[in-house]
Design a protein around this ligand. Structure first.
Ligand code: TRP
Ligand code: ZN
Length: 867
């Protein structure tokens, strides 16, 4: 039970001892890897006499201080860790441990992925390699000697520079790596395996040559080209936009098949999920190409925001993650389409982060209480964290924000610091008061901002009153007003923005909203205006504004700001879907259909944006707007509206489809946008279920020369439940059964079929040769896609979806707790559904709670869900 004790942010204490140098000697073996760790330990706190080291799943062989082996009564093994008598100011500590990588299915610490050894140490995995001060505020310089069989593991890699290597007896060899930068243990990495190596180089702006090496499974070299090109773009962009240059002479990326997340920023040796690296037109979609570029960027950007300046403790995780997500978003935006990037981020916030705030795991971006750290790599810490950085960027402007970044590095390079340190640097460098703004770090929940507006024709004035209120969350009852930047435009009857004037002076279009209620008055307003609020989603809030559907349609079709057009469209679509749900409307209005027609026919608008405007808010997003909506009714109403759009606008959709369905495949912005629009049209036509669409889908599926088009056709058939889908799925499986990453798309199609007997198909798919419950990619593609991507079937009223997910969670609990805890989310959201479903969901949560060996990861989520 001791292991189930939560940690509090307020309990932080500086470490009593630190380690400034570590030499690791790792003799690799499947079941008996021997690790010798030699640490230089320094006592910080003169009163301390006992050293506690973290440890987990380790077999201790020996421990020595200054070369003298400790007797049995000089140390204790407690709770996985090690407690030593150490009444010394400085000493050398040598610990020999043995570990079993081949049986490590948790994929944390040192484990085997296919034929290779690899590590994952963030957050607290290093303690599965050796006993250590496994906390981010202990920074040491590492040297690592790796030894293994040469034939099976020709490449031996670790952080930093290779300083020696050579052959040994019995077919073994070794390599020694030295990392000149002090780092916390979570950034340690070691890889040994047989790979193909893609090599390139980058000349930094100061003229240094950096060797770039990408290690992939044999035969996959050409699939690494896109990741390598993305890396070079990221390195260049970080120099140009953030003035940050790479600091080692080598940068390595290794792709592995078994990995719990997307990728990991280990110093000089990133480890990536192969899904986040490998791409070629035949096997990867445009979305995946984009995701790879963004993750490659993300991990690279961590080298400064995360590695050079790291977190003092894990409660500060958003210090590096929120900031690095902000940076990767800006990278994608600068290199691609800003509005498309922004819409992607906003969709993520509205569908997932708002739901997290409304559920049992609600927490501030800087949590106060953590049971299992792995449970806090969340959309709140990452994506809301990035929104908080973005708000500072909005308040300061690019120039002052960059001054803040510069000061942050001047002050903290080489340190482990807090979120407060970051905000202080921003504040000090810019002179902008962020005192109240800091509340975004400590307060959880999604603020609701209500707007009331008044136009005074005689005075030519427009009055805007905003009130803010954050509903209580599971973790925090009391909420206070936040400093909310409100980006505003006032649109005239033609949908065009007017100049903002207040007290005779032109004013900036960002309002500082800091109190529970505030009013602004704008002058020189010649006629009635419509306020477009929170443009570009200037704050992560929900907006309540009385605005007519006619005005929304006007902005959607004619607004001057692309984001505002999209957002107005989303609001209009939401209104209409909910009106159908309520029975207030039986179908979509002419107003809506006309607006969509205009958007569809607009030749000047970016096709990628039109595609996004044709996408209805997801069921998950809609459920956040109105938590009392019946699951099935919501699903049917949304689908009905989509089908109607397909029927009423079939000529326009078909024309756009044909127009964009041309030319040779190319992997660049414009072609990607045209494919997106084409496939958005096809999707809507398929939902409408026209006979002609069947042929269109069939032809595109058969003739496509790229995965984006092939999968889009398959998905349209599947979501439309067109008869041809059965054969298409079979032929897809026949073509790709040997490629697990492509088979993941097939697994997801199976899982997301909108049909009552989908679980039977999923059970069959689980017997497929490529399915492996120990591989997180497979689990997410099949089980995760069902639970989070097939909302209507997951919530089937017979409880079969809940039972199925729970059966899988019970199995995964014993195999990979992190992976289990990541796919339980839909089962926690019982507040979103009716009483009968709530009862069924809780019964399954109870089943988990009763497990004798429930992991900490699941325990934390299950107990919060039932609280
Ligand atoms: N720090 C990594 C990132 O954001 C993610 C990460 C955290 C991770 N914990 C992990 C990756 C566990 C793999 C496994 O880029
Ligand atoms: Zn990250």
């Amino acid at each position: 039970m001791e292991a189930m004790q939560a940690k509090l942010r307020s309990d932080y204490r500086a470490p009593q001892y630190t380690i400034d140098q570590l030499h690791l000697d790792v003799k690799l073996d499947d079941h008996a890897t021997v690790v010798t760790a030699t640490s230089q330990v320094i006592r910080n706190d003169a009163d301390a006499s006992q050293l506690h080291l973290d440890g987990d799943h380790l077999t201790l062989r020996s421990v020595a201080i200054n070369g003298n082996a400790l007797a049995d009564d000089q140390y204790q093994q407690i709770g996985g860790g090690l407690l030593l008598e150490a009444d010394l100011d400085q000493f050398e500590l040598t610990i020999v441990t043995e570990i079993d990588p081949a049986n490590n299915t948790a994929l944390e610490g040192l484990y085997k992925s296919g034929g290779a050894f690899c590590t994952q140490c963030e957050a607290e995995g290093f303690r599965r390699i050796t006993y250590f001060l496994d906390r981010p505020d202990v920074l040491a310089k590492y040297t690592t000697r790796v030894e293994a069989d040469k034939a099976a593991y020709p490449y031996l890699l670790s952080n930093g520079n290779k300083i020696d290597s050579g052959d040994l007896a019995e077919g073994r060899h070794f390599a020694i790596w030295q990392d000149p930068f002090p780092k916390p243990s979570y950034l340690f990495a070691l890889v040994a395996g047989d790979f193909d190596l893609l090599e390139d180089n980058f000349i930094t702006r100061s003229g240094r040559n950096v060797a770039l090496q990408l290690f992939v499974d044999r035969g996959n070299l050409y699939r690494g080209e896109h990741a390598m090109a993305s890396l070079k773009r990221a390195m260049k962009w970080d120099e140009q936009r953030f003035n940050l240059e790479y600091d080692l002479d080598i940068y390595m990326v290794v792709a592995v098949d078994f990995f719990n997340m997307g990728a990991m920023e280990n110093k000089g040796l990133n480890v990536f999920n192969s899904k986040a690296v490998l791409a070629d037109p035949q096997t990867a979609t445009d979305d995946e190409y984009h995701r790879i570029e963004s993750i490659i960027g993300h991990e690279y950007f961590h080298n400064w925001t995360g590695n050079r300046v790291t977190c003092r403790d894990w409660f500060q995780l958003s210090l590096k993650e929120g900031l690095t997500v902000f940076r990767d978003q800006e990278f994608s935006s600068d290199l691609g389409s800003p509005v498309v990037e922004r819409i992607d981020a906003v969709n993520m916030m509205r569908s997932h982060q708002f739901a997290e705030d409304a559920g049992p795991m609600a927490h501030p971006i800087r949590p106060d209480k953590v049971l299992e750290m792995n449970n806090f790599y969340t959309v709140t810490v990452y994506d809301k964290g990035a929104e908080v950085i973005r708000m500072m960027h909005t308040l300061l402007g690019e120039q002052k924000f960059q001054l803040g970044m510069q000061l942050y590095f001047e002050r903290h390079d080489g340190q482990a610091v807090t979120c407060d340190d970051f905000v202080a640097a921003m504040e000090d460098a810019s002179g902008v008061d962020l005192k109240l703004f800091r509340r975004w770090y400590s307060q959880s929940g999604t603020p609701v901002v209500t707007a009331s507006e008044r136009y005074d024709a005689s005075a030519g004035q427009y009055h805007l009153t905003l009130t803010q209120h954050t509903p209580a969350t599971a973790d925090q009852a009391d909420k206070q007003p936040l400093h909310i930047p409100v980006a505003i435009e006032l649109l005239n009857a033609n949908g065009q923005a007017i100049t903002l004037v207040s007290d005779g002076q032109p004013v900036a279009n960002v309002l500082n909203f800091t109190e529970a209620e505030q009013t602004w008055v704008f002058d020189n307003v010649a006629g009635p205006v419509v306020a477009s609020l929170f443009e570009n989603f200037s704050a992560p809030v929900k907006l309540q504004q009385q605005i007519s559907n006619a005005d929304l349609a006007l902005i959607m079709a004619n607004g001057s700001n692309d984001f505002a057009c999209w957002d107005a469209g989303q609001r209009l679509l939401t209104n209409e879907i909910l009106a159908i749900v309520d029975g207030a409307q039986s179908r979509g209005s002419d107003l809506l259909l006309d607006a969509i027609r205009q958007v569809l026919l607009d030749e000047r608008r970016d096709p990628a944006l039109i595609a996004l405007m044709l996408a209805l808010p997801t069921e998950a997003t809609l459920a956040q707007q109105r938590s009392d909506v019946d699951v099935e009714l919501l699903h049917q109403s949304r689908r009905q509206l989509l089908a109607q759009i397909g029927q009423d606008l079939d000529d326009e959709l078909l024309a756009r489809y044909r127009d964009c369905h041309d030319g040779e495949y190319q992997q660049h912005g414009q072609a990607v946008g045209r494919r997106a629009l084409k496939n958005a049209c096809l999707f809507i036509l398929a939902i409408a279920g026209k006979a002609t669409t069947q042929e269109l889908c069939g032809r595109q599926f058969a003739e496509a020369d790229n995965m984006t088009d092939r999968l889009a056709a398959l998905n349209a058939m599947n979501q439309g439940q067109l008869p041809a889908v059965t054969d298409a799925l079979a032929s897809f499986e026949a073509q790709w059964r040997d490629n697990p990453l492509v088979m993941d798309k097939w697994f997801s199609q199976v899982a997301m079929a909108p049909k009552g007997d989908v679980l039977a198909d999923i059970q069959v798919a689980m017997q497929h040769l490529q399915f492996d419950i120990a591989n997180p990619n497979r689990v997410r593609a099949l089980i995760g896609a069902f639970a989070s991507g097939n909302r209507n079937q997951f919530h089937a009223i017979d409880g079969s979806g809940y039972r199925f997910l729970t059966d899988q969670l019970i199995e995964l609990n014993a195999i990979n707790p992190q992976c289990a805890a990541r796919i339980i989310t839909p089962l926690m959201a019982w507040k979103e559904v009716d009483e009968e479903r709530q009862r069924l969901m809780k019964a399954q949560l109870q089943r988990l709670a009763a497990l004798p060996n429930l992991s900490r990861d699941l325990y934390e989520k299950v107990s919060k869900s039932l609280a």
